[in-house]
Design a binder for this molecule. Structure first.
Ligand SMILES: Cc1cc2nc3c(=O)[nH]c(=O)nc-3n(C[C@H](O)[C@H](O)[C@H](O)COP(=O)(O)OP(=O)(O)OC[C@H]3O[C@@H](n4cnc5c(N)ncnc54)[C@H](O)[C@@H]3O)c2cc1C
Length: 280
């Protein structure tokens, strides 16, 4: 296991130069693991450099250990509530540490920090190669100016009364409503974390997550569907004054004073009807 460390004191702070220099350093090092201190110049350019060098990268690493031929690192998640330990099979693996812990982590992995090697002249002026239609990346479902926030929860991916999951029907109900109503799409964390959702619900991502570890949107009204309404989700609704929810469970979180109106019913049926009324 070859571990290299670069102290990065010579970086310029210009993205184009630093990304090229770091990519060059990662490639030229031939190392399995490359350690960098998370200074502002490194944090700006390391991800781009790792991509150019075909490496994987983890930032905000607070500890590391070497056991046999495997490096294990530690990083806080959930806003410093859970300390995670993990390793990666990918090589090269770029590890960006907190700057104050860099020396200690280098010592633990037996690496002594060197300067980033110079990499020659780099083109720093942006060259425009052409224009791509904005719609090329698909329509955005996050619309801060919309009057309504429509939240989809993990219930859309759960087995329904017939014992089966209905992901295509769920996707059609959600996108049908979003496109007809002009609402912004929010999600619970459970839904955006699900691999099934990543595959089938391509119209949403972690950017849509509302809640304690997600966004706090400011729409006037909110309609939640198939979402339980647990506190870590509902704190993201703190600026939404008119709240309604559709849930099969009459005792869900929304019923505990978190929504003005709770419709106890099947969101598949409700949204099918609503979409039909909207002409979707
Ligand atoms: C530190 C921390 C931070 C967190 N941060 C967030 C955050 O930022 N955002 C967030 O969302 N969560 C967050 N969570 C997770 C949160 O606690 C819940 O686990 C999550 O919100 C649950 O998502 P859900 O309601 O979509 O899924 P579930 O809890 O699985 O609920 C699914 C709901 O769908 C309903 N349902 C199923 N089928 C139907 C149907 N046909 N019609 C109507 N209803 C149906 C069920 O009755 C159920 O209530 C956090 C948790 C922790 C510990």
């Amino acid at each position: 296991m070859l571990v290299k460390a670069y102290n990065c004191g010579t970086l310029s702070g210009t993205y184009a130069k630093d990304a090229a220099a770091l990519a060059n350093a990662v490639k030229a090092s031939g190392a399995d693991v490359v350690l960098l201190p998370g200074t502002s110049a490194v944090r700006r350019s390391a991800a781009g450099a790792a991509m150019r060098a075909g490496a994987e990268i983890d930032t905000n690493i607070v500890d590391a250990s070497l056991e046999g031929d495997a490096v294990t690192v530690q990083k806080w998640a959930y806003r410093q509530r859970i300390l995670t330990s993990f390793t990666r099979a990918a090589k090269p693996w770029v590890i960006v540490t907190d700057p104050s812990l860099f020396g200690e982590i280098c010592a633990k992995l037996g690496a002594s920090a060197e300067a980033v090697p110079p990499c020659g002249d780099v083109e720093t002026r942006t060259v425009q190669n052409g224009l791509e239609a904005a719609s090329g990346g698909g329509e955005s479902t996050i619309k801060p100016d919309a009057e309504l926030l429509f939240v989809a929860g993990a219930g859309w991916t759960k087995k329904q009364a017939d014992g089966a999951v209905h992901l295509d029907e769920a996707a059609a109900a959600i996108t049908g409503f979003i496109s007809k109503s002009g609402a912004s799409l929010g999600s619970s964390k459970s839904l955006v974390d699900m691999p099934e959702a990543a595959e089938k619900f391509t119209f949403m991502s972690h950017m849509n997550q509302v809640g304690q570890t997600g966004a706090t949107p400011r729409h006037k009204k909110g309609l939640s569907t198939c979402c339980h309404g647990e506190e870590p989700h509902v704190v993201g609704w703190r600026f939404i004054s008119e709240r309604r929810a559709v849930n099969l469970d009459a005792n869900c979180g929304w019923a505990q004073g978190k929504a003005d109106v709770l419709y106890v019913g099947d969101a598949f049926e409700v949204m099918k009807k609503v979409n039909a009324l909207l002409g979707a």
